[in-house]
Design a protein around this ligand. Structure first.
Ligand code: GDP
Ligand code: CA
Length: 318
């Protein structure tokens, strides 16, 4: 069994590769819910949905979020009414949020609802919300107020300097059903190339998760989301710098050193492999930019190959 810690897009690309090299039923993803928000009374889980849509091959590759073939009639109608439209919700995407919100109102847990949605959409891997309890990522701006993560990320397009980040509710939340077992029982734990501060950070803040990784460090393989000193998209590099960490593979290695025995870095960072190893982290250099599903499958094979005694089948279509 393979268990991955996942944020949104970077994780979705890693996971679509993992399910090509091992049977999807053997892949579990523990997904960040710190980005979750309520808008128009709807419960929105951006990272769970990015991973779900990608694994269901329903994602929009170009836009990078949401569903392919999406239309925006509801947003246009809402705009005419003067409603809040800074967080774009497509017509098809809204069905997911309507379904989830109603089921939660019925008393179902987020983990159950996630299981229902992924089953309906034909996702073979198991997606586990990191917790069924609300955890909310909060961002303090330099000289500014503390705001909700989506206010920072979407409304302000992360174009503002950040002083601090915290995960409200994380310390007292209960890990989602199956989360700690999936980590304890995995042959390999993969830390996906997601934002280390605001995507992986909340998952590691769930009680028991970081401890479990520390105990199984030899089987934990991280993939650096920072390539040649920059994030491929999003604010990971700036957030790391603003919070006092070097935005580089060395900085990523420092953040994960206690939990991951191995870090996979991009070829363009080969010159820094020695510095990573000096932190006590084995460094594997490989192409890590996943433009195609084949790129993802190749990287997945490299990641799993990093832990000895594990065999993978060759990339075969699902
Ligand atoms: P979000 O929740 O959608 O913002 O996405 P994540 O937190 O999962 O991902 C953001 C990070 O993923 C950024 O730092 C990107 O550099 C990284 N990322 C996205 N695609 C790739 C990829 O193909 N390879 C690598 N190495 N990193 C990636
Ligand atoms: Ca996210």
């Amino acid at each position: 069994m393979i268990t991955a810690l996942a944020g949104g897009v970077g994780a979705a690309r890693m996971l679509r590769g993992l399910v090509r090299v091992v049977p999807p039923a053997e892949v579990t993803a523990v997904v960040n819910t710190g980005d979750d928000t309520v808008l128009h009374g709807l419960h929105i889980c951006p990272d769970l949905d990015s991973v779900t849509y990608t694994l269901a091959s329903m994602n929009d590759e170009e836009r990078g979020w949401g569903q392919a073939g999406e239309t925006w009639a509801v947003m246009e109608a809402l705009e005419r009414l003067g409603g809040e439209t800074w967080f774009r919700l497509g017509d098809r995407d809204l069905a997911t949020h309507l379904y989830r919100t109603q089921r939660l109102a019925d008393g179902a847990r987020l983990s159950e609802v996630t299981g229902e949605i992924t089953a309906a959409l034909g996702v073979g891997a198991r997606l586990l919300p990191m917790s069924d309890d609300p955890v909310r990522t909060r961002v303090t701006l330099v000289d500014g107020p503390e705001i909700d993560f989506q206010e920072y990320f979407v409304r302000r397009q992360h174009a503002v300097a950040v002083e601090a980040v915290r995960f409200d509710g994380a310390a007292r939340c209960t890990p989602g059903p199956g989360v700690l077992d999936a980590l304890a029982g995995a042959d390999v734990v993969v830390i996906c190339p997601s934002n280390p501060v605001v995507s992986i950070g909340p998952v590691l803040a769930v009680p028991g998760v970081a401890d479990c990784l520390r105990q199984r460090r030899d089987r934990v393989v991280a993939v650096s989301p920072i390539v040649a000193g920059a994030a491929l998209r999003g604010p990971a590099d700036r957030l790391m710098a603003e919070l006092g960490e070097e935005p580089s593979v060395v900085g990523v290695a420092r953040m994960y050193a206690a939990m991951a025995g191995t870090l996979v870095v991009d070829e363009s960072d080969a010159a820094r492999a020695e510095e990573v190893e000096m932190l006590g982290v084995r460094c594997i250099v490989a192409p890590t930019i996943m433009r195609t599903v084949d790129d993802s499958a190749r990287l997945a094979a490299t990641v799993l190959g990093a832990v000895s005694g594990l065999t993978t089948t060759d990339a075969s279509p699902r």
